[in-house]
Design a protein around this ligand. Structure first.
Ligand SMILES: [Zn+2]
Length: 136
């Protein structure tokens, strides 16, 4: 059993302690992250919170140089692009997150299948400042 609950607030709470949460369906075994109260595969609500090991590989990515407002406010732009990727975790869970430590100006150098490990990145100002999931 995890000390965390199914609500999404706990997903960010766990990130603050560098833990990646997901949920596992007790009926069909499907895992998803962030955690959900209803299994997206079989619609069962018999799910439990699990801590994922945070390791996986890069399944897809895109480099963004025209950021949405929130990311522009965080300092990203055409001169400072960022990478968003889909990571397939060891548990088989796919999750979208920012990818760090890659060459944004040379996207072909970023390889699909590259092993990645979870980390966090802080964005936002004042009360809105919090850790977000990232991989490197
Ligand atoms: Zn299920």
């Amino acid at each position: 059993m995890s000390e965390f609950n199914l609500n999404s607030k706990d997903f960010y709470g766990a990130l603050n302690t560098d833990k990646l949460l997901g949920s596992k369906c007790k009926v069909c075994g499907y895992q998803v992250s962030p955690q959900r109260a209803i299994c997206p595969k079989c619609q069962s609500d018999d799910v439990e919170v699990v801590e994922l090991n945070g390791k996986g590989k890069l399944a897809a990515f895109t480099v963004i140089s025209v950021p949405p407002t929130q990311m522009a406010e965080a300092g990203y732009s055409g001169k400072n692009p960022y990478c968003v990727g889909i990571v397939e975790l060891d548990e088989g869970v796919r999750i979208t997150a920012q990818i760090l430590d890659v060459d944004m100006f040379d996207p072909p150098s970023i390889k699909i299948g590259k092993p990645v490990t979870m980390t966090t990145i802080e964005r936002g100002e004042g009360e809105n400042r919090r850790k977000y999931l990232a991989f490197k």
